[in-house]
Design a binder for this molecule. Structure first.
Ligand SMILES: *Cc1c(COP(=O)(O)O)cnc(C)c1O
Length: 440
């Protein structure tokens, strides 16, 4: 007997409880909503990341070949699409390869780097080490390092955000602390410690690690806490990816307009990365881009938050789920309230993916495209299936009058992490995926 009334619709509640893979369409989606919050100034962030390029080459010699620009390739996924029985009638498949972002190896790179660089620049400006808006390479000078060594930069994370924040903070000379949840993978902790980053392990989930980090930083005037649940600078750094995709689509002669819809499938944890990217894409493409968030069946925190009506915080525990998933990058029980508010009219819908599907899709991507990612990052691959092969997806296409344009459509599957995963871990993922695939 349940003693509480769920704020979710019974049909949604029952699909969640059954751990079904399903697409939830956002009734608040407004195709004409234009995100123009003056709080979120993406142009300033893009300029900061560009001004940081010479600095990043000094800090990370491996960035020489890309001139210090944190960018990822956009590639075709023809072989995988074909293997999954999609044809040219269904549109073209592309993958935005953020798993290959340099240094941090995940979608967290732009957000994390932007926030730490903004903090470092502020400090350096106050101490007259750099001028406002100048090239930031002086942040690697001994004078700046000495200044930074007095400050601590900390963060709570299931892993990848810790790697992004920790690596850039340590490279700049900050003391760096990463608070990690129980689901954080051992290799991520080892990698952090190898770079002189302090790892504090917590027995609880992601939200508890964030809360512990926040509390520890509050008692220290020289501590800066990167707050994954509330940070505008992280969100903005993620949003900078939109312009990158815009330019890449243009260079590839991909048209996006009324008759050529663009669909983007984004793995979602707390919501910052997919939310920021969606915000940026909506500014550039308006109603011609359709963004869907992908979440594990055990941790669909944004689906739960938005489908509850989005008036009060609600977690996946509140609807009887456990937040237990192999997709450590997505193992978040409670969505960011900031992001849920900002994307409430911008995101077209959310869908759920089972862990075994993540492993199978990761395996197929490796077999057919020779791309190695982490399980979390495979969540986007189920997107075209959800849109084109489910009743809810068909309904979406009808509602927005685009069902006749699908042969002109572009599907962008956002791959969010994997480059730093050790080879033996990748082999383990591969074996699990192959066994599951062979059995199905
Ligand atoms: C963090 C992460 C995401 C999602 O980002 P959020 O800001 O937590 O929503 C997706 N994939 C991977 C691999 C990640 O590490």
């Amino acid at each position: 007997m349940t003693c509480y009334t769920s704020p979710l619709e019974p049909a949604v509640q029952s699909q969640l409880q059954g751990r079904e893979e399903f697409l939830w369409l956002n009734p608040s989606y407004d195709s004409s909503a234009a995100p123009q919050d003056p709080l979120f100034d993406i142009a300033t962030v893009r300029r900061r990341l560009e001004r940081s390029a010479p600095l990043l080459v000094r800090l990370f010699p491996e960035l020489k070949s890309c001139n210090g620009l944190i960018r990822s390739p956009l590639i075709a996924l023809d072989a995988l699409a074909q293997r999954l029985q999609f044809s040219s009638e269904d549109g073209a498949w592309l993958m935005k390869c953020d798993h290959a972002l340099p240094v941090a190896g995940s979608v967290k790179a732009r957000g994390g780097f932007n926030e730490v660089l903004a903090f470092a620049e502020d400090l350096a400006c106050q101490h007259k080490i750099v001028q406002d808006q100048s090239d930031l390479s002086a942040l690697a000078d001994p004078e700046a390092r000495k200044l930074f060594s007095d400050f601590t930069v900390s963060v709570g994370s299931t892993g990848n955000l810790g790697l992004s924040i920790g690596l850039i903070a340590a490279a700049l000379g900050f003391r760096s602390i990463v608070h990690m949840s129980a689901d954080a993978k051992d290799w991520k902790k080892r990698r952090l410690r190898l770079h002189g980053i302090e790892v504090v392990e917590h027995a609880g989930d992601y939200a508890e690690a964030v809360a512990a980090g926040r509390a520890a930083a509050e008692s220290n005037a020289k501590a800066y806490f990167v707050d994954d649940e509330n940070s505008a600078q992280l969100f903005l750094g993620y949003a900078a990816a939109a312009m990158e995709l815009f330019t890449q689509l243009k260079e590839a002669n991909v048209i996006v307009d009324e008759k050529h819809p663009l669909f983007v499938y984004l793995p979602c944890g707390v919501g910052g990365a997919p939310g920021g990217i969606t915000y940026g894409l909506k500014q550039l493409f308006g109603g011609h881009v359709h963004c869907f968030f992908a979440e594990p069946t055990e941790s669909p925190c944004m689906l739960v938050q938005l489908s509850s009506g989005n008036t009060h915080p609600i977690s996946v525990y509140d609807v009887g789920l456990k937040n237990r998933t192999e997709a450590d990058g997505l193992a978040v029980a409670q969505a960011s309230q900031l992001v849920a508010r900002v994307v409430s009219k911008l995101v077209s819908g959310c869908y759920t993916v089972r862990d075994d599907s993540l492993f199978k899709l990761r395996y197929l991507l490796s077999e057919y495209e020779e791309i190695e990612i982490e399980p979390s990052a495979a969540a986007g691959i189920l997107g075209p299936f959800m849109l084109l092969r489910t009743k809810a997806g068909q309904e979406y296409l009808k509602t927005w009058g685009i069902e006749g344009n699908m042969r002109n459509a572009t599907h962008v599957v956002w791959s969010t992490g994997g480059a730093l995963v050790p080879p033996e871990e990748q082999q383990r993922f591969h074996a699990i995926g192959r066994a599951l695939w062979d059995r199905s």
